[in-house]
Design a protein around this ligand. Structure first.
Ligand code: ATP
Ligand code: MG
Length: 415
């Protein structure tokens, strides 16, 4: 039945999967908060130029992956956001927040890219995102990397993740390098893939990102940007690396890491794992000093990263519900109505209460177990007459009685 089929590349986040998903987001948000990042939420769609002008006319995202459509008025093109950075920078400039720098924000939510769906690659996916806008110096690069590393540690996945880092230099270094790179690549002519031939003059650096085997062969012997950095760019990169070492953050310098977007300068990085197969990049980002100006704002530096929530959730594995409910188990007809009244009182008093609609004691206890209840409160007609309930420890099965009166206070430890 095609009517019941979800759109290709979208996923239903059912309760079980959503728990992991939310765990990743909540953990990231809490850690980012410790570093002074405030949460914000840019719109899910923007005018198309917000992305096309910044991410670059030759980037895969802009040329092949954006969900773009004319707005109903027909006057403007709208794009579902394929990333956070451009939207956050647009929001920064639109709201003229120049006097609020350093502007440190955290965001999370859905993104949309028309890609070939596979493990760890969807058309609607989710990211956590951290940005520092308004800081020129390498302290911001170091901090943004530290918070990423800290989140991976808190999620207990850091051991299987490597930080790869590179410098794309400043505009001067890139211009100087670009000429050398084009001179090296031009003689290969038709040997290069069609995409790469197109990029040769618009953005030759991108060819490092090519997935074509022949391109990869050709690029292996190309001159490296790293050997063409001017003094300032070298110093900047050295300071970032020293800062990481000083904080005990391990990294590998990867001279071929260029990142797929036009707006990066200086620091570019990826946190990569071997444990997810081909889609191994879990957090990626870099410095984007020219971006806000490209959008039409005042020149303002920035740096940030985005992490794939689905990929991180896969690494985190199963999370048990952290808060454990108390289960109510009525035994007998009168007890059922009473159980509902007790449940309401406990819920008002802040307890998480599991209470089924039907079933005998055995079935209800089995479900209480499945719900990971910490205790079951057994309510029998006889006990009700005596004004007591039986508390059953779900770990060891031990039972004892408690007065019904003021029950919430007697159970305070399970709240
Ligand atoms: P890739 O090389 O995997 O396509 P990218 O360079 O396009 O990644 P970014 O734009 O830097 O990715 O996005 C940051 C992170 O978001 C990625 O490292 C990844 O974890 C996640 N991500 C990107 N695209 C997708 C997608 N289509 N599905 C799921 N996660 C994604
Ligand atoms: Mg991609």
């Amino acid at each position: 039945m095609s009517g019941l089929r979800p759109v290709r590349g979208t996923h239903d986040l059912l309760p079980e999967g959503f728990r992991q998903h939310k765990y990743v987001i909540d953990t990231a948000c809490e850690i980012a908060e410790r570093y002074g990042f405030d949460e914000m939420m840019p719109p899910v769609f923007e005018f198309t130029h917000v992305f096309s002008r910044t991410m670059g006319q030759t980037s895969d995202v802009v040329t092949k992956e954006m969900y773009t459509f004319p707005d109903r008025s027909g006057e403007e093109n709208i794009t579902l956001r394929p990333e956070f950075t451009a939207g956050i920078c647009r929001a920064f400039a639109s709201n003229s927040l120049y006097d609020q720098v350093p502007f440190k924000v955290f965001a999370c939510g859905p993104l949309f890219r028309y890609e070939r769906p596979q493990k760890g690659r969807q058309r609607q996916f989710h990211q956590i995102d951290a940005e520092i806008i308004g800081v020129k110096g390498p302290q911001a690069d170091i901090e943004v990397l530290s918070v990423g590393q800290h989140i991976l540690e808190e999620l207990e996945v850091a051991k299987s993740v490597t930080l790869r880092i590179n410098s794309l230099g400043d505009a001067e270094s890139r211009e100087f390098y670009r000429e050398k790179l084009v001179a090296y690549l031009e003689p290969f002519g038709e040997d290069l893939s069609e995409d790469s031939r197109q990029r040769l003059h618009h953005n030759p650096l991108r060819i490092f990102d090519s997935k074509s085997e022949r391109d990869i062969e050709i690029i292996t012997d190309a001159p490296l940007l790293r050997d063409h950095l001017n003094y300032d760019s070298q110093k900047f990169f050295g300071d970032v690396c020293d800062g990481l070492s000083g904080r005990g953050i391990a990294y590998t310098i990867d001279p071929g890491l260029v990142r797929g977007l036009d707006y990066y300068t200086h620091t570019a990085f990826e946190f990569v794992t071997e444990s997810l197969g081909a889609q191994g990049t879990v957090i990626a980002g870099g410095r984007y000093d020219g971006l806000i100006e490209q959008l039409g704002g005042r020149p303002t530096p920035g740096i940030g990263w985005a992490g794939g929530v689905e990929r991180l959730a896969m690494m985190v594995g199963n999370i048990r519900q952290r808060r454990r409910p108390v289960a109510l188990v009525p035994i007998g007809g009168d007890a059922c109505e009473e159980a509902n009244i007790i449940a309401q009182k406990l819920r008002k008093a802040g307890f998480m209460v599991a209470l089924d609609y039907s079933g005998g004691m055995k079935r209800r206890l089995a479900r209480a177990n499945k719900a990971n209840a910490v205790i079951a409160i057994l309510i029998g007609d006889d006990e009700l007459k005596r004004g007591i309930v039986t508390i059953r420890d779900m770990e060891n099965g031990e039972q004892h009685e408690k007065p019904l009166n003021n029950l919430a206070n007697h159970l305070a430890q399970y709240r």
